[in-house]
Ligand binder design. Structure first.
Ligand code: E4P
Length: 213
């Protein structure tokens, strides 16, 4: 499973990138707005920092507007993947962008059927939001498993990005489910690294060493 960071913060992305395992980045309008910076400039900086797909979302909700924004975003860098919300206009845009050779990430996916339609329309990636499913007392991981089984069964070449990750167990569950990618917030990546037994082990090794040398 490849690991993306779900962030638009350059410092966070730079720090995690320096750890050597980062495969890509996803952003969304909320994350970008938090930075208060020029959108295209920010996406360009991220693309120059990380060698991998960088998802940047359209703000327009109508087909023509999505197409206009998507072309501008895709022109920033070859690694830009245009994030398109799963609506009727979104499906039209995904299909047209596929024909233009622009990669898309179908976002705000909450059902297997939405993922099937996005894949058939030509999305390069689908992003099921498992945390937001859990938030309304349904099982986000179960949705992820079903969706992966379906896409695998029909050998659709769309890749699954497990998104809306809330805690480290979501990442493990995504890996067990066979997700191609998991996009993880900065704080959860930090939690994944830490283990109390690793800390205790380091302390004991250091103390034993210092007692003799
Ligand atoms: C995915 O691409 C989205 O940016 C993100 O995972 C949404 O997560 P949230 O539900 O924590 O906002």
């Amino acid at each position: 499973m490849r690991i993306f960071i779900d962030s638009a913060n350059i410092d966070e992305i730079r720090e995690i990138h320096s750890l050597g395992f980062l495969d890509g980045v996803t952003t969304n309008p909320t994350l970008v707005a938090r930075e208060g910076r020029d959108y295209h400039q920010l996406i360009s900086e991220i693309c120059n920092l990380v060698e991998g797909p960088v998802s940047a979302e359209v703000i327009a909700m109508d087909y023509q507007g999505m197409m206009r924004e998507a072309r501008l975003l895709a022109a920033i860098h070859p690694n830009v993947v245009v994030k398109i919300p799963l609506t009727e206009d979104g499906l039209r845009a995904i299909s047209s962008l596929r024909k233009e050779g622009i990669n898309t990430n179908a976002t705000l996916i909450f059902s297997c059927n939405q993922a099937i339609l996005a894949a058939r329309a030509g999305a390069s990636y689908v992003s099921p939001f498992i945390g937001r499913v859990d938030d309304i007392s349904y099982d986000g991981v179960a949705l992820l498993k079903d969706l992966i089984e379906i896409l695998d069964q029909y050998l659709l070449d769309t890749e699954v990005i497990a998104a809306s990750i809330r805690h480290p167990m979501h990442v493990t569950a995504a890996a067990l489910a066979g997700s191609h990618i998991c996009t993880v917030p900065y704080a959860v990546i930090k939690q994944m690294i830490k283990h109390p037994l690793t800390d205790a082990g380091i302390e004991r090794f250091m103390n034993d060493w210092k007692r003799v040398f």
